[in-house]
Design a protein around this ligand. Structure first.
Ligand code: URA
Length: 213
């Protein structure tokens, strides 16, 4: 695969992202501060993830005169994978407040070890939407890849993937199945441990966000 067609991985390297990510990693950070830090990072990720969204010109009127304005050309849809995706999605939705929110629920089949979908709900205009798939920990890549497959099966064509932390193994697995979907992440970590947790990572993102540690 030559450079121009290589699947895209955007690492959002920013001083605030780096400092908030360290807070998330720190074991002593409680869920209140974990949530705040995650939402801060999410808002900074949005800036880069949406920088190429198309807009169209509209006529508007200020209190003084008519002028030209802009609006997003397509509807936006955020799709977190349950449960941990909800935390990162909440931060993203603070900026993209007009976005519809779909959901994907997955569990792991203990015999095949493959992710199985137990719930999905998408807005009817998914095919016309700019879609952001949200899963904070890109570990093995199996769940995220299944989430992306569910989106495509439901008609989505313009998909981006927001993963707070990515493992190299997860990036490879995801992009082997979905080379067309760009990944946006705050950091690429070293890899996975024997329990498929990201190292150094931050532990279980859902437990830490929802206070169920
Ligand atoms: N899911 C998590 O919450 N953390 C990991 O490190 C891997 C998967």
């Amino acid at each position: 695969m030559n450079e121009s067609t290589a699947p895209a991985v955007h690492v959002i390297d920013h001083p605030i992202v780096r400092s908030r990510l360290s807070l998330l990693r720190q074991e002593s950070t409680d869920s209140l501060h974990f949530r705040q830090a995650l939402h801060d990072i999410a808002k900074l990720m949005v800036y880069q993830m949406t920088s190429d969204l198309e807009t169209e010109v509209i006529a508007i009127e200020t209190p003084l005169c008519p002028t030209e304005g802009h609006r997003l050309k397509r509807p936006l849809t955020l799709v977190p994978i349950l449960r941990a995706g909800v935390g990162l999605m909440n931060g993203i939705a603070e900026i993209l407040s007009e976005a519809a929110v779909g959901y994907i629920g997955l569990y792991r089949d203990e015999e095949t070890l493959e992710p199985q979908c137990y719930y999905s709900k998408f807005p009817p205009n998914l095919a016309e939407s700019d879609v952001i798939l949200v899963d904070p920990m890109l570990a093995t890549g199996n769940s995220s890849a299944e989430g992306a497959s569910q989106l495509k099966a439901a008609g989505a064509t313009r998909i981006k993937f927001a993963a707070l932390i990515a493992a190299p193994e997860g990036i490879e697995t995801f992009h082997r199945q979905h080379p067309d979907i760009p990944i946006y992440t705050a950091h690429i970590d070293e890899g996975l441990n024997e329990n498929a947790y990201i190292v150094p990572g931050l532990g279980d993102a859902g437990d830490r966000y929802f206070g169920t540690v």
